[in-house]
Structures are given as structure tokens and as C-alpha cells.
Design a protein around this ligand. Structure first.
Ligand code: C2E
Ligand code: MG
Ligand code: MG
Length: 263
């Protein structure tokens, strides 16, 4: 399917059953407890099957379709977040944001209005921004600062693989650094990767940010990240992206699993 055809179908999919969210759990490495879930968009097209976000999000960003998509995404994820809270599952919510959406100066007000609409706490929301789009983030200092004033957290996603990150880290009001899974994957085998991961964790802490390791796929990686002082862990070893209804079962199973690991 070419890009134009894909965009037409995506536009039609917004608000329909074809688009949905999965949620991937993140745990605190201090005690193994559920800390946060990250909302990850899924598209199941009737004719073309599963289309990955890495394929359609960049197209949506270029076309302007990202704005209605983000609005629908915030409604969907916040509604679910509210439902979990009502069912006694307390967690923070992470939501991925395109730099494109941040160009609108009133975007922070929109997000805040939605937290009020769904009665969810802005102080427990974290927006994840990818480093590859951070080049333009320098111009977006204003918008990001507005988010911080509202108590909303800001994570720099896929850290270490994008552009001039150190400058961005110093200039922009991030609250969290997410170490890209490329470094996490190699850290148990490669001394170089381990040194880099360790330096990233120290860097985060030195700047007053928390550190999250993404892409943790086995026990050794989990143990290493804890030993290196990383704060939060995410990856298939902890939990794959789940349909919302599966979170309570995941939480029960993971509690047993964490105790068994005895890290
Ligand atoms: P991301 O924010 O870095 O999300 C993490 C990606 O890594 C997800 O892919 C997740 O399924 C995958 N992942 C998690 N744990 C592991 C692991 O242990 N091993 C491996 N190999 N992969 C793991 P996904 O869901 O395909 O999302 C890809 C990207 O699409 C995301 O990267 C994010 O940048 C973007 N994205 C997803 N949902 C949204 C959305 O609602 N809005 C925007 N703007 N972007 C989104
Ligand atoms: Mg993310
Ligand atoms: Mg990432």
C-alpha cells in the first residue's frame, strides 16, 4: 500500500475499532512494583492486517493527521487509566507525543483539559518524546515548560540513538531519561555498552532525572540494571504490551515472579 492510500485508511480508522491501545508495564527496580504503563498504539487494518506505529506515525506526523490521532489517543488512554484507578490499580501513565503536536502553543492546555475531563492526575502523567524529533524541540522550550508548570513529566525516549542529545538535555526541562534498548541489549555481554549504560544512569541522576531502561528481555539484563542503579525497567522480560483487560493478571503473576527472582 502506498503512503497516500495508507493515510486515507488511517484517517478512516480514527475512532473505529481498527485502532486501539496496548499498555506495557514498567516497574520500579527498587521494589519490583508496577510504577507506570506506557500506552502504545495498534492498528489492525481490515485488508492489510497489522500496521506498525513505526510505519504510520511518521506519515501521520507529516500529513497533519497526527493531531486528531493524538487527541483520540489521549481520550482512549485517559479513559482506560481512569477505569484502572476505579478498579484499584494505581499507576502512572506514559504517553508518546510527536514533536509536531508540540508546535501548537495551546497543546499543554488541551492535555490539561483532558486530565480534568477524565479525572486523572496530571502529576502522574509522563509524556515521552523521541530524541530523533528533538532537533526541533529546542524551539519548543516554551511548550515543554508549560507542561512542567502543570506538573506533567517529560521523558526523553530512545536516548543515545538520536541527535545532539547532551545539549538538549541541558536546555530542556526533562524529568526522565529512557535508555535505548540498543545499549540495554548488549550491556551484559559488552563492556563498552555496560560502561555507556552506567554513564547514562549517572548522567540522568546528576541532572536530577530518573533513569528508565527499555528493552529488558532477560533476567541478566534486569539484574544488571538494578545493580547499576537504574530506577525503572521496561521490556518483554517484565511484560509485553498488553490489552488493557490483561493488566490485573499480569500484576498478580509479576508479583510472584519478582519475589522468585530475589534480586
Ligand atoms: P517507543 O516509545 O520507544 O516504544 C517502545 C517500543 O519497543 C514499542 O514498539 C514496544 O512494543 C517495543 N518493546 C518494548 N519492550 C521491548 C523488548 O523487550 N524488546 C523489543 N525488541 N522491543 C520492545 P511499538 O509498540 O511498535 O512502538 C514503536 C514506536 O512507535 C514507539 O517507540 C513510539 O515512538 C511510537 N508510538 C507508539 N504509540 C504511539 C502513539 O500513540 N503516539 C505517537 N506519537 N507515537 C507512538
Ligand atoms: Mg515511548
Ligand atoms: Mg523507546
Amino acid at each position: 500500500m502506498n503512503d497516500d492510500a495508507l493515510l486515507d485508511r488511517l484517517e478512516a480508522a480514527i475512532g473505529s475499532d481498527a485502532l486501539s491501545y496496548c499498555y506495557q508495564p514498567k516497574i520500579s527496580l527498587a521494589d519490583g512494583k508496577l510504577r507506570r504503563v506506557e500506552a502504545l498504539i495498534r492498528w489492525q487494518d481490515g485488508d492489510h492486517g497489522t500496521v506498525g506505529p513505526d510505519r504510520f506515525i511518521p506519515l501521520a506526523e507529516e500529513s497533519g493527521l497526527i493531531d486528531p490521532l493524538t487527541r483520540w489517543g489521549l481520550d482512549t488512554a485517559f479513559r482506560q487509566w481512569r477505569a484502572w484507578t476505579d478498579d484499584g490499580i494505581e499507576c502512572e501513565l506514559a504517553f508518546n507525543i510527536s514533536a509536531r503536536s508540540l508546535e501548537a502553543l495551546d497543546f499543554p492546555d488541551l492535555v490539561e483539559a483532558k486530565t480534568a475531563e477524565f479525572n486523572v492526575p496530571a502529576s502522574r502523567l509522563v509524556l515521552e518524546l523521541t530524541e530523533s524529533s528533538s532537533q526541533t524541540l529546542i524551539n519548543l522550550m516554551d511548550t515543554l515548560t508549560r507542561f512542567r508548570i502543570k506538573g506533567i513529566g517529560l521523558a526523553i525516549d530512545d536516548f543515545g540513538t538520536g541527535y545532539s542529545t547532551l545539549k538538549l538535555l541541558r536546555m530542556l526541562p526533562f524529568t526522565e531519561l529512557k535508555i535505548d534498548r540498543f545499549f540495554v541489549r548488549d550491556a551484559e555481554r559488552s563492556t563498552d555498552s555496560r560502561v555507556i549504560v552506567e554513564a547514562m544512569i549517572d548522567l540522568a541522576h546528576g541532572l536530577g532525572l530518573s533513569a528508565t531502561a527499555e528493552g529488558i528481555e532477560n533476567d541478566a539484563q534486569l539484574a544488571l540494571m538494578k545493580a547499576l542503579g537504574c530506577d525503572v525497567a521496561q521490556g518483554y522480560r517484565v511484560g509485553k504490551p498488553l490489552v488493557a483487560a490483561a493488566l490485573p493478571d499480569w500484576q498478580r503473576d509479576w508479583t510472584v515472579e519478582w519475589d522468585r527472582l530475589a534480586l
